[in-house]
Design a binder for this molecule. Structure first.
Ligand code: FE2
Ligand code: FE2
Length: 228
């Protein structure tokens, strides 16, 4: 047990998230960034957030017997990303933008009115739309076809765009006070924050699967062939 706990502390957040089913929920609960900022050891990530690393290790230790929850097969993993995340973002974001516009307009005099949320969600929809199209048209087909050359450059571009999406997430959390509607918020306002929080949860999981699970399969191949 002690060995497992030491190992968690020293492993990167992204590596734990990629290989331990349920770890992402633990990280989300403690606000540990596992998708774009997952490249640091757990001990360091915990320190940054002011979280006791021993508590995290205990929670992760309880999950340690479970197998990873991402498909092993790359074709299946890409299909999962497309249906579970790309399709969901495309379906839900336009509705969220409309809802945000309505709430902002109706409650514009409210001291906690969510000014800027509709524009931000619209930006998220546009940037994600472009980004997902690139993955769908170029990168993912190459991965599913088992392309043997270097995908290092397009992966680097996708990782950089993910960092931009993470900034949108942080801004959305700020503008909505952590998705907490005021006590007198109407049903639409509550629905907007619940929907925005779900979007952020989905997007975080989506980026995590690409950054920590899918991309390293191809980057490793590139790194190995580069050493020859
Ligand atoms: Fe994607
Ligand atoms: Fe992506």
């Amino acid at each position: 047990m002690a060995t497992t706990m030491t190992a968690f502390r020293e492993r990167t957040v992204g590596d734990i998230a990629a290989h331990l089913a349920g770890a992402t929920a633990v990280f989300r609960k403690h606000k540990i960034d596992f998708c774009c900022g997952g490249d640091v050891p757990l001990a360091e990530a915990a320190k940054r957030r002011g979280v006791d690393v021993a508590n995290l290790e205990t929670a992760l230790g309880a999950l340690a017997a479970a197998p990873p929850d991402a498909p092993e097969d790359t074709v299946a993993l890409v299909d999962h990303i497309l249906t579970r995340f790309h399709e969901t973002h495309r379906r839900e974001l336009p509705e969220l933008v409309k809802l945000a516009r309505r709430v902002e307009t109706v409650h514009r005099e409210h001291p906690q009115a969510p000014h800027g949320v509709a524009d931000l969600l619209e930006r998220a929809a546009a940037e994600l739309g472009d980004h997902m199209a690139k993955e769908e048209q170029v990168l993912f087909p190459a991965m599913q076809a088992g392309y043997g050359g270097s995908l290092d450059m397009p992966i680097r571009v996708m990782r950089h765009e993910h960092d931009g999406h993470a900034e949108i997430v942080h801004r959305l959390e700020e503008l909505t006070q952590g998705f907490a509607p005021p006590p007198d918020a109407c049903r639409s306002w509550q629905a907007l924050y619940a929907g925005a929080e779900k979007f952020v949860t989905d997007l975080t999981e989506h980026i995590h699967l690409e950054n920590n699970v899918l991309f390293p399969r191809f980057e490793r191949r590139w790194a190995a062939s580069a050493r020859l």
